[in-house]
Design a protein around this ligand. Structure first.
Ligand SMILES: Nc1ncnc2c1ncn2[C@@H]1O[C@H](COP(=O)(O)OP(=O)(O)OP(=O)(O)O)[C@@H](O)[C@H]1O
Length: 585
């Protein structure tokens, strides 16, 4: 296997250190300067400008909340105003009906979370969550808008409810700024910790995240719920600034506006959502009256230009410069540290005598097609079992059932003595299962080193990697997606090994590799099996690789196990030959 290394233009050491130093200073100075400017705003701006800034910050907090969902969790909500409107009405209803805001606002935040959780769960249950989530969020927004329109005695109907505006703009600006700072600070703590690392992985490669022990459903649902809660808080802060809360606050107009603010400012950022929202809000307030419709057209044109030429948003370029060389997406430092601190156990000393894998009567059908019709298979400790069979025999399906990606229709899957038939993928990983896919699955936007840190973060145990993987462990400059296939395959293997697996599932591990790379990978796998005692179930077509790896060969055909034993024995079996040739014995 050749290790392809893209030559990097390395600047002189002192120049590199200087620019690192400048970036460090700028990274500390810019937030401080922004904070100072926001604190000074009440002294330098007139009442109208300060009210505009206040409104912009409300919108910014709303956009920041949406970023947790769309930016960080990769979940596009096109009806997020539903949650914003709940917060706004909580304040309006409190004023109208003499209730305490300290009751209604937490109630609205809770309602937003209660609505958001089933919505996101239904969305994530679909193989591609985008369409269901978009429809559901739009639907929730429209339903709430309808309720606000028709419950006239409570909500004031289409006229809405007026909200007493703060007497002193300056004091409200300070209150709002403090709340926005606390809320965004708390969210920042979340996304800069291990939660953020799990979220990043689950949003960018749910399959590999699950194989790294991450409960993607949970972290993405939680991010969506927090996003809804922040939107509700932003709505509550907005109501006194607007002075009137009407059903439009639930509408598609606001839901699409916040998407535009976020897309313009930049996702997966703290400054982007606020910058986008404040800029567009200020533009609307200062230019809208004179430019009228032209302002909206100009905004639409800017939006299209940004989507086409700066998809990361207008703040992405400066943020990239400040971050320095390396991929745009980075695992939070907390995740890197947590991965390293985990003590490396004695990989062989698990003290567990149960067989790594026992399958009994496993059946799986896709619609009318019976793929597996009762598979019995055991992988003993330390053994490497190669699964062979004609195309379409169900080998990958069987690996999917063992990994937890596919639910069997019948039969049992026992992993190290645990009945794992109903366990999700990440729980099986915590039993010691590692998996390599037919097409290498790594988090393409992260560096190889970050991928390895991710693999260790939630692993039940970690292991030191052999020296031949050192180049990957040290590489924080390239993105894993740009590596050649052989290196991506090596990275995937390194990720699996870093989590100290006790049972590995490999689906055609050498697929797509040249003969040299395939031979080297096979040797590495054999060495891993010998050194760590890790059991293996390998799907493979290449008989040279099977001969090199297999302690036992199992032939899958016609939905069940046709033969098992040493390679030469099964290869001589007439039933096996007939199955490969597609003829009856
Ligand atoms: N998600 C799915 N939905 C419907 N049918 C499927 C699905 N996955 C696999 N199949 C079908 O199940 C059968 C077994 O497929 P599978 O990929 O498990 O076979 P395989 O033995 O791994 O084949 P190959 O050696 O060509 O990779 C095939 O007929 C395939 O079309």
């Amino acid at each position: 296997m050749t290790v392809s290394t893209v030559p990097l233009a390395v600047p002189p050491a002192d120049a590199g250190a200087r620019s690192r130093g400048v970036r460090r200073i700028l990274r500390a100075a810019l937030p401080a300067l922004t904070g100072a400017a926001l604190l000074a705003a009440p002294f330098g701006l007139d009442a109208f400008a300060l009210a505009t800034l206040t409104l912009g910050l409300c919108h910014g907090l709303f956009a920041y909340g949406l970023d947790l969902s769309w930016g960080r969790a990769g979940l596009l909500s096109v009806g997020h105003a539903a949650f914003f409107g709940l917060g706004a009405y909580a304040v309006a209803l409190a004023g109208e009906h003499g209730l305490s805001r300290s009751l209604t606002v937490p109630g609205a935040v809770l309602a937003a979370v209660v609505i958001a959780l089933p919505v996101v769960r239904i969305g994530l249950a679909a193989p591609v969550p985008d369409a269901p989530l978009i429809l559901l969020t739009i639907g929730v927004g429209l339903l709430l808008q309808r309720a606000a329109t028709t419950l006239t005695p409570v909500t004031g109907g289409t006229n809405g409810l007026s909200v007493s505006a703060p007497d002193v703009v300056t004091s409200y600006y300070v209150t709002l700024g403090a709340v926005a700072a606390v809320v965004s600070g708390c969210s920042l703590l979340l996304v800069r910790g291990r939660f953020g690392a799990r979220l990043l992985a689950a949003a960018r490669n749910p399959e590999r995240a699950a194989q790294s022990g991450v409960d993607g459903l949970r972290v993405r649902s939680a991010a969506f719920a927090v996003s809804a809660a922040v939107a509700a808080l932003a709505g509550a802060l907005y109501a006194p600034v607007a002075g009137l809360v009407s059903p439009q606050v639930f509408g598609l107009g606001l839901s699409t506006s916040v998407l535009v603010w976020l897309a313009l400012g930049g996702r997966e950022s703290t400054v982007g959502p606020f910058a986008g929202a404040v800029a567009v809000t200020a533009g609307q307030q200062f230019l809208g009256a004179t430019w009228q419709g032209w302002y909206v057209l100009a905004l639409a044109a800017l939006f299209l230009l940004v989507v086409r030429f700066a998809p990361g948003g207008l703040t992405a370029g400066p943020r990239r410069l400040l971050a320095g060389p390396g991929p745009d997406a980075r695992l939070p430092r907390a995740a890197r540290r947590s991965g390293r601190r985990r003590p490396a156990p004695d990989a062989a000393g698990t003290g567990d005598d149960a067989p790594p894998l026992v399958l009994a009567g496993v059946r799986k059908a896709f619609g009318p097609v019976d793929v597996l019709t009762g598979v019995d298979l055991t992988v003993a400790p330390g053994r490497c079992v190669c699964l062979i069979g004609p195309n379409g025999a169900g080998k990958s399906t069987l690996l999917g059932v063992v990994a937890g990606q596919l639910a069997p229709d019948a039969g049992t899957v026992s992993i190290f003595g645990t009945d794992a038939g109903r366990l999700p993928v990440h729980r099986r990983v915590r039993l010691g299962l590692g998996r390599m896919f037919q097409i290498p699955s790594v988090v393409a936007d992260l560096s190889p080193a970050d991928n390895l840190d991710l693999a260790r973060m939630d692993a039940p145990a970690t292991a030191e990697l052999p020296a031949e993987f050192e180049d990957l462990a040290a590489d924080r400059l390239r993105t894993a997606g740009t590596l050649p296939l052989a290196d991506r395959r090596r990275l995937e293997l390194a990720m699996v090994l870093a989590a100290s697996p006790r049972l590995m599932l490999l689906d055609e591990p050498a697929a797509g590799l040249g003969p040299d790379d395939a031979r080297r990978l096979t040797r590495e796998l054999r060495e891993v099996n010998r050194r760590t005692g890790c059991a293996m179930l390998v799907v493979e077509h290449d008989m040279e690789i099977v001969r090199e790896l297999a302690d036992e060969v199992v032939v899958l055909a016609g939905g069940g196990v046709l033969a098992r034993g040493p390679l030469d024995t099964v290869a001589a079996d007439p039933a096996v030959r007939a199955a490969y040739l597609g003829t009856a014995t």
